[in-house]
Design a protein around this ligand. Structure first.
Ligand SMILES: Nc1ncnc2c1ncn2[C@@H]1O[C@H](COP(=O)(O)OP(=O)(O)OP(=O)(O)O)[C@@H](O)[C@H]1O
Length: 208
């Protein structure tokens, strides 16, 4: 499904990691571990094709992602660690905008339904500027309910700022995605109980 070979990542004058290799198959859950600043986000961005490696390559179903940008981006969902929200818009308006930009249009009713499912029913009429950090994260994560057809999810710190119930709901959502043949690559500083066996890749093992 997704493979990376001999990846190296340079940030400023620092080589964060090199000779990094990974492969993710349908149904798999890969957690990227490492201390703050070791390059987890940088690795996710390389895998999502949002930045270019100093060396090495990323392939999707056997071909380089840069040779098939459109089909790769249609098959992949990347959620960064801070959802880009317009503070003046409601959660549903933000969600609808994010889906439209990603070429997965969703109706207002569908967006409201996803937000209700993620526990934001009472915040539906509010502008996002009054939402708490955990609620803001939930707005971003609500896209997972609308993007199940994308087989590969790349998620940066999806569990951060969520309460125990939301962590458990999100874990169930990731498990369901893997059970239906999807794959998830994610970072997390906290241990989360998932039904899908978790594979671990420590970026520090590839530090220069
Ligand atoms: N554009 C940039 N220019 C210079 N340095 C950068 C740039 N982007 C990231 N860095 C540095 O690269 C290193 C890795 O950053 P990255 O965000 O990938 O770490 P991380 O492992 O995800 O950290 P955290 O656990 O804190 O989220 C950090 O030291 C960061 O300051």
């Amino acid at each position: 499904m997704l493979e990376a070979h001999h990846l190296a990542c340079q940030r400023g004058d620092r080589l964060l990691f090199h000779r990094l290799a990974l492969a993710v198959k349908p149904g798999e859950l890969l957690r990227i571990a490492g201390a703050n600043g070791m390059g987890k986000t940088s690795l996710l961005r390389l895998l999502a094709g949002l930045s270019s490696p100093a060396a090495g390559s990323v392939s999707w179903h056997g071909d380089y992602i840069q040779h098939q940008r459109e089909s790769f981006h249609a098959a992949m969902l990347y959620l960064g660690h801070a959802p880009a929200l317009n503070d003046l818009l409601t959660p549903a308006e933000n969600l609808r905008f994010a889906c439209a930009v990603a070429a997965t249009p969703a109706s207002p009713a569908t967006c409201s339904e996803a937000l209700t499912r993620i526990g934001l029913q009472r915040q539906l009429p509010l502008p996002c500027k009054v939402l708490s950090q955990g609620q803001r994260r939930r707005v971003g994560l609500a896209r997972l309910f609308l993007e199940t057809q994308r087989p590969l999810w790349i998620l940066d710190e999806p569990f951060t700022a969520l309460d125990a119930a939301a962590v458990s709901d999100l874990a169930a959502t990731l498990d369901a995605h893997c059970a239906s043949g999807g794959a998830v690559i994610f970072t997390s500083h906290q241990d989360v109980a998932l039904r899908t066996p978790e594979r671990l890749l420590d970026v520090e093992a590839f530090a220069k």
